[in-house]
Write a protein that binds this ligand. Structure first.
Ligand SMILES: Nc1ncnc2c1ncn2[C@@H]1O[C@H](COP(=O)(O)OP(=O)(O)OP(=O)(O)O)[C@@H](O)[C@H]1O
Ligand SMILES: [Mg+2]
Length: 429
């Protein structure tokens, strides 16, 4: 009996040991391995384990802490990445980040639209994408010196005729403990509008100087003549009258410039009141009666029946009307076919606006010049000879006055068929 019981006992013991090994050693080890694999896949959710035998407890705790730490770091990294991406994408400056070899790593939205980068440029070399000597110079200088470099690019977007002026600042991306930079950061600032404004300002100063120089040098010339000893009375009178004419010209030039600058800076407060346009237009025509009869131009006034009053600053609007009538009289003359000069001034209601037009039967305005006509100092054909005596400021005043009233000016003209300038004013309250 004892002989049989012994092997049975050992078998039972072996089975119990196997069961213990499976339940207490292998199963928890498998559980731990599964968690480890999950962490390795980047899944850092909290680690929840069953009851662990004492010899696995250290490992289980370490796994729990590891998962917790990695989860925290993942959140921090994601937040950091989010804020960097958000900042880059919401910047109006173009940003390009390259590696140390000038291979592009990242380009923000602003840079894509600034350079019209249609294709994916990540991985390409900076000089392959941006064909600019100046930019390559800036990139080389920052790579050689590691110091911040600046430059200005005059950039024409390939396939577009648009020219852009960009300021570029390049800096090395370098951690303090390293000798060599990890890459470079290029920030582009679009200064096209600023450069255009500077060009306008330079041109304006040149134009003003030019316009002042002529009358001043004439006045100077006559003053010298008057300074001579043997000036007869006739010469004296002539000198004074010429000087007065040019002094008047200087005066009106200054007046015009002041009007424009005040209007442009919105420094002028309109003294708006309900105004009937008919007497205003009649007054303007009367004031210029002498000029129209000298130029043999008939001026007709056509006021539509029941024309309502308009809320305008009568002084300013009269200035605009007067400029358009003077233009029609001066520039609308002589007519190409020698026909009698005729200017029609018409006012009528046009929807919620009042329309006042000045139509002449003069030489008209070439199409190419029409878009520049309202610019300061612009004269058709660069009319520097000043046969018509103008400075090229009148239409700029008209545009500013009308815009200050919330209205607009339009032009319809074709060479040989006269011109019609139309002011449209809102009826107002
Ligand atoms: N009715 C018109 N017919 C033909 N050309 C015109 C007419 N009105 C204006 N122009 C052209 O437009 C240019 C600009 O007109 P604008 O009134 O601004 O200046 P200006 O008359 O030359 O000088 P200013 O009005 O300052 O004395 C004129 O020089 C002229 O060449
Ligand atoms: Mg004029």
């Amino acid at each position: 009996m004892e002989e049989i019981a012994k092997p049975g006992f050992f078998l039972l013991l072996a089975a119990a040991l196997l069961w213990w090994a499976a339940a207490v050693v292998v199963m928890p080890a498998r559980e731990l391995l599964a968690v480890l694999q999950r962490i390795a896949r980047g899944d850092f959710r909290p680690v929840i384990l069953g009851e662990m035998p004492f010899f696995y407890r250290g490992a289980a705790d370490a796994l729990r802490v590891t998962a917790e730490t990695l989860a925290k770091q993942k959140v921090m990294l994601a937040e950091e990445e989010f804020s960097i991406t958000t900042i880059l994408e919401s910047m109006t400056e173009g940003v390009v980040i390259t590696g140390a070899d000038l291979r592009i790593r990242q380009v923000n939205k602003a840079a894509v639209s600034m350079f019209d980068l249609g294709v994916r440029v990540s991985g390409l070399l900076l000089p392959e994408v941006f064909m600019s000597h100046e930019l390559q110079g800036v990139a080389q200088r920052v790579a050689q010196t590691g110091q911040v470099q600046r430059g200005e690019l005059d950039f024409v977007i390939p396939g577009r005729s648009e020219r852009r002026h960009l300021l570029v600042t390049a800096a090395a991306l370098q951690s303090p403990e390293k000798q060599m930079p990890d890459g470079f950061l290029l920030v582009f600032h679009d200064v096209t509008r600023l450069r255009e404004l500077e060009a306008v300002r330079r041109e304006f100063v040149a134009n003003v100087s030019h316009e002042f120089r002529t009358p001043l040098s004439i006045i100077n010339g006559y003053l010298e003549t008057l300074g001579e000893e043997d000036v007869d009375r006739k010469m004296m009178q002539k000198s004074i009258s010429v000087m007065r004419r040019h002094a008047d010209r200087l005066n009106s030039l200054i007046e015009d410039l002041l009007t424009i600058s005040r209007m442009e800076e919105k420094g002028v407060r309109l003294e708006t009141r309900r105004t009937s346009l008919e007497p205003l237009l009649r007054g303007v025509i009367e004031q210029l009666e002498r000029e129209s009869s000298e130029r043999e131009v008939t001026v007709k006034l056509e006021i539509a029946a029941g024309l309502p009053e308009v809320a305008v600053d009568p002084y300013r609007i009269e200035q605009a009307f007067s400029n358009l009538l003077v233009n029609a009289l001066r520039h609308g003359n002589p007519r190409p076919d020698g026909s009698p000069g005729e200017v029609v001034v018409a006012a009528a209601l046009h929807g919620v606006e009042v329309m006042v037009s000045f139509r002449d039967n003069g030489p008209g305005i070439p199409l190419a010049d029409q878009e520049h006509l309202f610019e300061r100092f612009f004269r058709v054909g660069g009319d520097r000879a000043r046969q018509t005596g103008g400075t090229g400021l009148g239409l700029s005043i008209v545009k500013n006055v009308v815009q200050a009233h919330g209205g607009r000016v339009t032009l319809s003209s074709s060479p040989g068929e006269g011109s019609t300038f139309t002011i449209l004013l809102p009826l107002g309250v």
